[in-house]
Write a protein that binds this ligand. Structure first.
Ligand SMILES: Nc1ncnc2c1ncn2[C@@H]1O[C@H](COP(=O)(O)OP(=O)(O)O)[C@@H](O)[C@H]1O
Ligand SMILES: [Mg+2]
Length: 394
């Protein structure tokens, strides 16, 4: 076999790559318990014969709306299985934006062989009702990216689904979960939310750095070969993704840095794998601020970059000692501790470094750790070495 073929997907880092796909959902969500409880409160009594629930879930891209709704429906179904047969289905309205497409999807999920006979909405709705009730079931329908349906076909289908039991004695056939990004909501959809009731509206926030770290740790544990990535590198991924608050960004960074490592025949993800990918994100491409730095801020940053070429982070103490070495190299008298702190603060404000407070070490207060999630240390070091020479000549 050709040797190049050994280098692709060699399984050096990735154990279960499918677990890094966008649609793959872990059996447990990280850090969303409070939100799951809130959702459950909108479905209390669903296990009773006539019970049902309804919810609108909104939030930015990658806040876990789709994953959470699916995990919720699956758990509801499992949890109440002794009392009631609760089925669920997930329909993405982006791919099925018209009323008839949504109806067709629902009916096909219920009966894959159901003929597409051009029935009217009323007839289809009563077949849906009949099929669900036939085996004493209840159905949770998740309409994801529902703004596409509303924009194309209005909101009448949603109201008809909500009233599917109206002319019958028995209710509780369907529950509905509507999902939309908050930013794309218009008046129309806001009206639907108010129809559902404010108490049935769950707003998800984007994830903060700790939330993203939890998600990427879980995914690394599941999808990668043990010990192929250090926790400090996972934190670097979370830091790189933090401005977006988007869980998809950490998962993509993990998947793609694993692929970069494998492509180079390594069995470990390095900080630079993450940084190379992070630098290429358009919102991170502005590093022109380094040209404005003072000479000693440059020397300090050179010292930090040298460490960050191989490590994900550096402590403030190490930064200070390495800075002194760099000063020697450039024949400069090192500046004092207080000045260095000012430079570090400035580098952080310019978004060139990211700071994290570590655990308290004996008698010295909290150690700070610095990392460079949005830039590639080796590039910055090279640029600074050229810049600082010019700066010192002045
Ligand atoms: N709390 C979480 N725990 C684990 N994985 C999560 C969590 N939230 C989101 N994810 C994962 O992140 C990705 C994006 O989430 P998704 O539900 O598609 O976001 P949204 O629908 O809000 O755009 C999915 O792969 C999902 O499985
Ligand atoms: Mg989604």
């Amino acid at each position: 076999m050709a040797s190049w073929i050994d280098r692709i997907g060699a399984g050096l880092v990735l154990k279960q790559p499918e677990m890094l796909d966008h649609d793959w959902i872990p059996s447990e969500l990280v850090g969303r318990d409070d939100q799951l409880v809130a959702l459950a409160s909108m479905f209390s009594g669903i296990e009773a014969a006539n019970g049902s629930g309804r919810a609108v879930v909104t939030g930015p891209v990658g806040s876990g709306k789709s994953a959470m709704s699916r995990v919720f429906a699956r758990e509801m179904s499992r949890h109440h299985s002794a009392k009631r047969n609760i089925q669920w289905m997930h329909i993405n309205c982006r791919n099925n934006p018209s009323e008839s497409q949504v109806l067709q999807r629902i009916i096909n999920e219920l009966d894959p062989r159901h003929p597409d006979r051009g029935l009217g909405t009323g007839e289809i709705l009563s077949s849906i009702r009949r099929m669900v009730r036939k085996d004493d079931s209840h159905m949770i329908i998740i309409l994801d990216e529902v703004d596409h349906l509303m924009r194309k076909s209005g909101d009448s289908l949603i109201y008809r689904l909500l009233r599917i039991d109206e002319e019958y004695g028995e209710g509780g056939t369907l529950s509905l979960i509507l999902i939309s990004q908050e930013q794309v909501l218009d008046m129309f959809e806001t009206a639907v939310i108010s129809r559902f009731g404010r108490l049935n509206h769950l707003r998800l926030e984007g994830y903060d750095e700790e939330g993203l770290l939890g998600i990427v740790r879980q995914r690394a544990e599941l999808a990668l070969i043990p010990d192929s990535v250090e926790d400090s590198v996972l934190r670097l991924i979370a830091e790189a993704a933090a401005p977006s608050g988007d869980a998809r960004v950490v998962i993509d960074l993990l998947a793609n840095s694993a692929r970069l490592a494998e492509k180079e025949g390594r069995s470990e993800i390095l900080p630079s794998d993450v940084q190379i990918l992070s630098v290429s994100r358009p919102e991170n491409s502005d590093d022109s601020l380094i040209e404005e730095l003072s000479a000693h801020a440059m020397l300090l940053l050179i010292a930090i970059c040298r460490r960050l070429k191989s490590a994900a982070e550096i402590s403030s103490g190490d930064a200070e000692s390495l800075y002194k070495v760099v000063c020697e190299e450039y024949e400069q008298a090192p500046r004092g501790h207080t000045t260095l702190w000012k430079h570090l603060k400035h580098l952080e404000q310019c978004n060139l470094l990211k700071v994290r407070s570590g655990t308290v070490s004996e008698g010295r207060g909290r150690t700070q750790h610095f990392s460079m999630p949005h830039l590639l240390p080796v590039d910055i070091e090279k640029r600074l070495e050229a810049l600082v020479k010019a700066r010192l000549r002045r």
